[in-house]
Design a protein around this ligand. Structure first.
Ligand code: DX5
Length: 229
């Protein structure tokens, strides 16, 4: 039985933002064949972040192309509004931003009511303490390692002390919670994030732009993260 201090299993998950949107379903099947552990859909509303991507219908259309778990990263201002639609679309985990929720504790409850696992995300400027009173409601905390809105940005290494603080908070409370990092994750940055306490790694550019392909990229990231244990 894993305990709070047992290192949590490394998971590699793509952000599909760099994928060819005209064949997103096939891209999900290719990612599954490459051995990823889950697939993250970056939902952006053009308000919470200065970019616009896709909603639940696109995710639902991809569901029949792959078995791996889907998660929705909601970079939207009013996450409660469409929340159940993401669960119906096939997402087993729904991530909301602490900065977007006036009533974060209630919103995390709504995700559970809709039948999904809940997670909370923190923008780079938001301190770890923002999740101190909801850690018992979540399966995962997402520490953004870029300012959300775009792929291909530089990793913000100064987020590692925040990852370490969140990990300490989880262990001190004896909770069983993953820490995910997202933004600029690559072979050059994943070890620092893993040593700080992260165990789930979102990668967009590093996966889709590897000249040796998705499987090579996934295996390389996993091996580097595992080697820090
Ligand atoms: C940014 C998204 C990230 C991004 C990651 O707001 O949340 O998932 O697509 O892309 P890379 O790995 O290229 O930084």
């Amino acid at each position: 039985m894993p305990t709070a201090s047992t290192p949590r299993p490394v998971q590699i998950a793509p952000s599909v933002l760099p994928a060819d949107m005209s064949r997103l379903g096939e891209a999900c099947a290719e990612l599954e064949q490459a051995g990823v552990d889950r697939i993250q859909f970056d939902v952006m509303d053009g308000r919470f972040v200065p970019n616009l991507t896709f909603g639940p219908d696109v995710i639902a259309a991809c569901r029949k192309h792959a078995e791996v778990p889907f998660e929705a990263h909601l970079m939207v201002e009013q996450p409660d509004e469409l929340l159940p639609r993401y669960v119906e679309a096939g997402c087993r985990l729904v991530i909301v931003h602490a900065e977007a929720c006036t009533h974060l504790h209630r919103t995390l409850g709504h995700i559970a009511d809709a039948g999904a696992a809940a997670a909370v995300a923190l923008n780079p400027a938001t301190p770890a303490v923002a999740v101190a009173h909801v850690l018992d409601l979540v399966e995962m905390v997402l520490v953004m390692t870029v300012n959300p809105g775009f792929g291909g940005q530089a990793y913000i290494g100064t987020m590692e002390p925040k990852v370490a603080k969140v990990r300490r908070m989880i262990v001190e409370r004896g909770l069983d919670v993953d820490i995910e990092v997202d933004g600029g994750i690559s072979p050059a940055t994943i070890e620092g994030a893993a040593r700080a306490g992260a165990n789930v790694f979102i990668a967009g550019s590093a996966l889709f732009r590897d000249p040796e392909g998705l499987t090579h990229a996934t295996d390389e990231l996993r091996a580097l993260a595992d080697a820090t244990r």
